[in-house]
Ligand binder design. Structure first.
Ligand SMILES: Cc1cc2nc3c(=O)[nH]c(=O)nc-3n(C[C@H](O)[C@H](O)[C@H](O)COP(=O)(O)OP(=O)(O)OC[C@H]3O[C@@H](n4cnc5c(N)ncnc54)[C@H](O)[C@@H]3O)c2cc1C
Length: 383
């Protein structure tokens, strides 16, 4: 999908206005109280954010991944947690959009786009995250449908979300293992509920929870794409978008850390002059801005590949790896520029410092990204 420059400018302007008016005044308090931002979520629905990349024929905005990445970057500059609320939802949506049957698209996508039905992706289990083919959640045939049993953990939107793309094993003996993996769309209800809310270092406001499936009956129509054994491939496809999104979050956090450092360095004086005039501070911010710009370019490049329909696991992996490490480094460096005030809850830098590490873990750890990048590098350069 492509978005015209004019449409992109209009949507980014409305996002900036929303952030300034509805998020900036409340983010600090919501974050520190770890409050789920109900009013902001309602505004995000009005803006159409839950349907950003859903095609217009199904009620979405039909934005390109490139425009979507710019939205995520802007949101994360202000409060990264918000981007998780719509991104996990959009990975679920993109699995339906890319791999679902026409009936499934007509049934679910309009509700996903309006935000009437929100959700996320349920992959990780207590025993595995990186090695997803080792999942134990079972979907066993029962008449015209399936019974799902198992536990998922760390699921974003787990408490306030209504439905999830759930990765299951339909054939635990399959060889190779991925052939026995099936992705279901499951709504909360009998046999499917969330249990405890998980407490975290950062990424506050958004609900992370365990999901429990106990003999949960799901009709066979809820298999995404309608055929067993396609789930691993489908979720990997969805995660390409997810990785570009996490890269964009990294750009947002790296930029916000830089912005705060540049502001503070001109306000704070030591030894008779603003610290911005000390060379040690200048070297620091020069590295920060260079890192941020490089992260942005890698992210836009990956998004552009995605929009062109090219294979982009290597590009998305490089963008995710570099941008999230940039966010981590910039948040620490910004804290150093702030001295003692960087450690205070009255400044946003401590939040960037708590949020950034998650980016190196979610949507595939950075160790895994390096493995994906290296494999693709060799695959593209055989001798
Ligand atoms: C706040 C938060 C939100 C999350 N949201 C979701 C969500 O919405 N849905 C969802 O399904 N999951 C979610 N997750 C889970 C997340 O995706 C996993 O934590 C992540 O994939 C890593 O899995 P793991 O924690 O089991 O670590 P493990 O897989 O146990 O890995 C542990 C360490 O070993 C390394 N490692 C593993 N295998 C290899 C290898 N082959 N080579 C080299 N190093 C390796 C990893 O990089 C890591 O450093 C979330 C996690 C957090 C913290």
């Amino acid at each position: 999908m492509q978005t015209s420059k004019e449409d992109e400018r209009l949507i980014l302007d409305s996002i900036e206005q929303f952030l300034e008016r509805d998020v900036v005044p409340h983010a600090m308090e919501l974050e520190h109280n770890d409050t789920w931002p109900a009013e902001i979520v309602a505004k995000m629905s009005e803006l159409g954010l839950f349907g950003s990349i859903i095609e217009e024929q199904y009620g979405g905005l039909g934005l390109s991944c490139s425009t979507y990445a710019k939205i995520v970057e802007r949101v994360s500059r202000v409060w990264m947690s918000l981007s998780g609320i719509f991104n996990s939802h959009l990975i679920m949506s993109s699995c339906v959009q890319r791999y679902g049957t026409e009936e499934q698209k007509k049934k679910w996508l309009p509700k996903f786009a309006s935000g009437e039905m929100r959700g996320g992706i349920a992959l990780t289990e207590p025993n595995c995250g990186t090695d997803l083919q080792a999942i134990r959640t079972r979907a066993t045939k029962d008449g015209d449908g399936y019974r799902i049993n198992g536990t998922k953990t760390w699921i974003s939107n787990g408490i306030y979300g209504h439905c999830f793309a759930v990765l299951t094993k339909t054939d635990p003996d399959a060889d190779p293992r991925h052939r026995g993996i099936t992705l279901f769309l499951v709504e909360k209800g009998d046999g499917f509920k969330h249990s405890r809310k998980l407490e975290k270092l950062g990424y506050k406001g958004i609900d992370s929870a365990e999901l429990l499936f106990e003999d949960c009956y799901v009709p066979k129509e809820n298999i995404i794409g309608g055929i067993e054994g396609q789930g691993f491939k489908q979720i990997m496809g969805g995660l390409e978008l997810g990785r570009i999104n996490v890269a964009a979050r990294g750009v947002g956090v790296a930029q916000a850390s830089l912005d705060e450092a540049v502001k503070y360095a001109q306000q704070r004086s030591t030894f008779g002059k603003p610290i911005a005039e000390h060379q040690a501070i200048q070297l620091n911010v020069a590295d920060m801005v260079t890192r941020t710009e490089a992260a942005r370019l890698l992210t836009y490049r990956a998004a552009d590949s995605y929009d062109k329909g090219e294979r982009c696991d290597m590009e998305a992996g490089m963008a995710k790896l570099f941008s999230t490490e940039a966010a981590l480094k910039n948040s620490m460096d910004s804290m150093r520029v702030h001295g003692g005030y960087g450690y205070s809850k009255e400044f946003p830098v401590e939040r960037f410092y708590r949020d950034a590490p998650l980016l190196t873990i979610g949507e595939g750890t950075n160790e895994l990204q390096r493995i994906i990048i290296a494999r693709q590098l060799f695959a593209r350069n055989p001798i």
